[in-house]
Design a protein around this ligand. Structure first.
Ligand code: FMN
Length: 178
């Protein structure tokens, strides 16, 4: 892959919230989650867990757990990403911020978003209320809810254009220390 290919992928990714009704296959979802697993993680601890909600009724139930995601019912799949916070540094010598377990899960989520774009699918991150999701999915105590990703097939006319990102000026967010 060239820099230009990757740039196009990044430009094509955008949050898609409404999808075609045709469901995703389990193989497509597993392919995406295999990409997620390639993400970096602190000490390669791979603290992520992926809870894939295909069932429409369950997605309806989860609506109340979303901060702003009243559209997740229409997605082909909804993946709740959790973090196993019980994991400990392997060596005991490295001191890392405990939040780095969660950061690792975020990097896996980014792979899902970019991977979905590369597969011609749409996706969007959905913020979740930790407690209600925990109850709804009966998660083990050690798992923290990091966030949700809805994934689905693009509706006709929603093909990526590479445009439409409103972003701050680069010079306003970059500092060089020469
Ligand atoms: C941590 C995080 C939480 C987000 N939560 C939501 C959400 O709850 N609902 C939603 O529709 N979009 C959510 N988004 C998507 C953002 O609204 C979106 O990325 C942003 O507006 C930029 O648009 P783009 O993704 O199309 O570039 C979230 C994105 C991130 C990274």
């Amino acid at each position: 892959m060239t820099y230009d290919d990757f740039k196009s992928l990044c430009k094509d990714r955008r949050s898609i919230r409404y999808f075609d009704k045709k469901p995703l296959t389990k193989d497509e979802i597993l392919d995406l989650l295999a990409l997620a697993q390639l993400a970096p993680s602190v000490e390669n601890l791979q603290p992520w867990k992926f809870h894939v909600i295909l069932n429409e009724k369950k997605r309806h139930e989860l609506l109340e757990c979303c901060c702003y995601g009243n559209f997740i019912e229409g997605a082909g799949a909804f993946v709740v990403v959790t973090c196993d916070r019980s994991l400990e540094p392997k060596t005991g010598e490295t001191l890392w911020n405990p939040k780095e377990l969660e950061y690792s899960c975020v990097s896996a989520m980014e792979n899902i978003l970019l991977g979905a774009t590369a597969m011609g699918l749409g996706s969007c991150w959905v913020s979740l209320h930790h407690g209600p999701v925990h109850d709804a999915l009966q998660l083990p105590h050690k798992e923290i809810v990091v966030g949700g990703v809805m994934i689905g097939r693009l509706r006709r006319g929603e093909e990526p254009t590479g445009n439409g990102h409103e972003r701050k000026n680069l010079e306003d967010v970059v500092s060089f220390y020469d």
